[in-house]
Design a protein around this ligand. Structure first.
Ligand code: UD1
Ligand code: UDP
Length: 372
């Protein structure tokens, strides 16, 4: 009898980090694989489903404009519970620390269905940074029966919280599987990532700074100071900024108000994954508050300045390929200018460094799901 696995996700990063596992489960006769998307994100999720050719068996279509955490959480819990009642899976798989992942784990727990947590054990040590993700992943960590930690550091964080060590496994992060997969797809079909050619021509001769920003704890003042730092950096004529803007209105309104129309700044729609991989390839450095980008950029040898107060991904910082700069405009500008003007400082950070995985994580997780 094959094991019934229900994989649940709802946002762009979960989709990127789970498509390699869904591909592995679908190709493996040990499993009957089902996918449920909450669609906590809509457009940004669908971009990934399309490129990864995943057709979910269930789509809860829960995104609402500027959704509040409590309304979203309530709708997720009842919606995901109903899907579990219909599917009766042997295992539920969730990834990371979103509202979808946390409620998916909780609904499974209410039904005594074991939970496999992909990207387990990340901790910043501060429940307000990132908010609400630090609490979401701690809740999932309390519930999960199988913890797939990307690194030894994250496995150790779980053991320190008295999680049964027999249930903790270092699998690597599936984001590296995803990056390898998309790189191979682009090599085979370059037109998948050719849509940035116009911007590349417009900014020829300038160094590209790639930017992403979306953290809830930065809404308001933090977003404004990030925008002001970008404005100051873009005043240099040797630099251009390419900024695919997250669809959250709390991000878009500020960025459009502060940055629209600047000659050296391209505020663009969220890029699909092949085009974002292309942006990582052409960028001189990345300014970001994203979790996934902190993992992908070092793998490609791109320095990352992390616009957050804390990180749950200390591996890039220890290796010297990522640096925490917070959301203070002076600090962001000073650190970015150091990388632009000080060649040895740039060279020290621009090293391919890959502590997050070897691209074989999905297969390891599938084996654990078969044997646990
Ligand atoms: C969510 C996750 C966060 C993750 C991030 C990745 C929670 C609480 N937050 O944050 O952990 O890092 O996704 O991007 O789970 N929107 C659209 N279209 C989209 C996506 C979002 O219009 O495709 C807008 C909607 O107005 C929506 C808002 O963005 O209400 C916020 O979306 P939501 O999923 O609640 O939170 P994020 O801030 O995106
Ligand atoms: N990404 C993308 N298009 C974009 C910006 C990001 O495909 O315009 C990808 C990026 O490669 C990474 C993931 O989305 O894999 C990160 O998602 P996000 O920053 O929204 O969430 P986080 O990782 O912070 O939870």
């Amino acid at each position: 009898m094959s094991r019934r696995i229900l994989t649940i996700f709802g946002t762009r990063p979960e989709a990127i980090k789970l498509f390699p596992l869904v591909h592995a489960l679908e190709a493996d006769p040990r499993f009957a694989s089902r996918v449920c998307v909450s669609a906590q994100h809509r457009g940004m999720l669908d971009q990934v489903l399309e490129i990864a050719r995943i057709v979910p068996g269930h789509d809860l279509d829960l995104m609402r404009p500027d959704q509040s955490l409590d309304a979203l959480t309530a709708a997720l819990l009842t919606g995901l519970g109903a899907v579990m009642d219909a599917e009766k899976p042997d295992w539920v798989v969730v990834q990371g620390d979103t509202a979808t992942a946390m409620t998916g784990a909780l609904a499974a727990y209410y039904r005594k269905i074991p939970v496999c947590h992909v990207e387990a054990g990340l901790r910043s040590g501060n429940i307000h940074h990132p908010w609400p993700e630090e609490v979401n992943r701690k809740v999932i960590g309390t519930i999960a029966a199988l913890h797939c930690a990307p690194t030894e550091t994250s496995a150790e964080a779980l053991r320190r919280e008295n999680v049964d060590p027999a249930t903790v496994h270092v699998t690597g992060n599936t984001v590296i599987d995803a990056l390898h997969w998309i790189t191979a797809r682009i090599e085979a079909e370059p037109e998948l990532a050719s849509g940035l050619a116009g911007l590349e021509a417009r900014f020829a001769g300038k160094r590209i700074i790639g930017v992403t920003s979306h953290r809830r704890e930065s809404f308001g003042e933090g977003m404004r100071t990030i925008a002001s730092a970008i404005r100051r950096l873009a005043a240099r004529d040797d630099v251009a900024v390419i900024f695919p803007v997250h669809l959250n209105p709390n991000v878009r309104q500020v960025m459009e108000r502060e940055l629209a129309g600047l000659g050296n700044v391209a505020l663009i729609e969220p890029l699909d994954y092949p085009h974002f991989a292309r942006l990582l390839g052409i960028a001189h450095l990345m300014l970001t508050d994203s979790g996934g980008v902190q993992e992908e950029a070092p793998a490609l040898g791109k320095p990352v300045l992390v616009m957050r107060e804390t990180t749950e991904r200390p591996e890039g910082i220890s290796a010297g390929t990522a640096k925490l700069v917070g959301t203070d405009a002076d600090t962001i500008v000073a650190e970015a200018e150091r990388l632009l003007d000080d060649e040895p400082a740039y060279a020290a950070m621009a090293r391919a460094h890959n502590p997050f995985g070897d691209g074989k994580s999905a297969g390891r997780i599938a084996d654990l799901l078969a044997s646990s």
